[in-house]
Design a protein around this ligand. Sequence first.
Ligand code: ADP
Ligand code: MG
Ligand code: ZN
Length: 537
Amino acid sequence: MQAFTFGQSKARVIYPDDTAQKVTFKDIAGVKEAKEELQEIVQFLKEPQKFLDIGAQIPKGVMLMGAPGTGKTLLARAVAGEAGVPFFHLSGSEFVEMFVGVGASRVRDLFRMVKKESPAIIFVDEIDAVGRVRGTGVGGGNDEREQTLNQILVEMDGFEPNEKIIVMAATNRPDVLDPALLRPGRFDRRVILDLPDINDREEILKIHARKKPLGEDVNLRTVSERTPGFSGADLYSLMNEGAILAARENRTKVSQYDLIRSIEKVMIGPERRSHLLSDEEKRVTAYHEGGHALLASLLPYADPVHKITIISRGHAAGYTLKLPTEERQFHTRREFLDDITVSLGGYAAEVMLFDNLTTGPSNDLQVATGLAHDMVAKYGMSAGIGPIAFEASGGVLLARGGFIERDYSQDVAMRIDKEVEIIMNDGLRRAKELLTKHKLVLDAIAAELIRVETMERDEYEKILMLHGIKARRKIGEEPYVALTAVAEEQKSEAVAKPEAALSCAPAAPSLKVTHETVVTESSGKSATPKRPREQKK
Ligand code: ADP
Ligand code: MG
Ligand code: ZN
């Protein structure tokens, strides 16, 4: 990598002819969806004219989101490698450092310089260092940083499509990002990187074993079985540690024992960034996520399940960041009730299956309570209070931990709380009833999750099918459930049916149900905004 002279800049550039530095998609295992998503950027950078001639809208900015060590930096480099364009790389903190005292003009210079080399990629790693919500910096704001950020945004706003520059950025803290960064025309393309599941881990180990002679006894599958929760970077260190152990003992090949010993070394090492899931944690998480998923499939107004994973939990900051779903213009009362029930599915499963609760569902509870609160206070959807809106819709940013401005009396507040409690308890009751009724399916989903860690929609629906449940294809459709699918003799009609639907205004964007690791159809879509129409396949 060569540094380019740019004041005292620390920015680096990799040119396509620098083969020693070249990274391509082949060097990255897993993150399949992220790679697919980025193919389009690669295609554009390769043949920009083709896209420009046809008037296609090209994204300006791509935000990579994922836990530390999931390969964000690597993937950004691979996009440049695949496209064969120069890659300008600098980190958010370097950005701030670099511009102290000189401010925005430097940013302008940088972009001007990159434009000369276009098509090209500018990559701002760890952008949260510059892109935190403005005015909340440690020590009460940081003018320099804000100016820098503003200038980046100004530059991006001013891009013409024919400038053929893609700005990529990476963060493992999407929750602290300034929303201005994510507006249309800026980093409006979001790519989420998950921690690797068992198969991905094996593939990553294979990649890093390429240049290391392995002993006959080495079984990378076993190593991947023992490393749930490891990131790509952890697996890289593991391989490396194994080689060091072998070399230290003057052996020419890495043995299985070297690798197994290295698991622990990586876990306790200073580099360690993620944590290993214990068997018990895996089990609890599998039931938790299974609970969400199964309810999402059983309740007619919930978003269908798109993917389930037990791996990214606690790291999936990316999943908590959702755009409003564009598909649904109105939210009905039944949708709200089903969403609340789905949100409580993890909690319900944990209560049912395990004696003690984990802290896992706390975000779920927050989301569900927020929805219930809106039903009561915004949309007039509760029986006890009726059609009074105590709060304006929109503008209340619950997800940011913001406050709700109360412009009603203490007495009303108590009545609202009471109604919220009723809705929540009702949701929990429905959740528990359905999960009890379909306990065998829940067991089957959990067992498979423990085995494979991640299931795509097809694999998941196969399990449902085996148990006589045919997933529905449309919102509002009742799923087909064969009588044999019921686990327990049940006064099944006891399952509460919410009353007829009332229509209401769209929900505020921040209030969409988000599950940490069950990605439902529409939430999956909303995590990656829709492509412009022209490019639709
Ligand atoms: P991040 O930027 O997300 O923190 P990096 O891209 O810096 O992660 O990853 C650090 C190293 O870990 C990479 O250089 C690579 O060796 C390894 N690594 C991470 N993810 C993967 C992956 N999916 N496939 C192969 N190697 C990976
Ligand atoms: Mg990185
Ligand atoms: Zn959950």
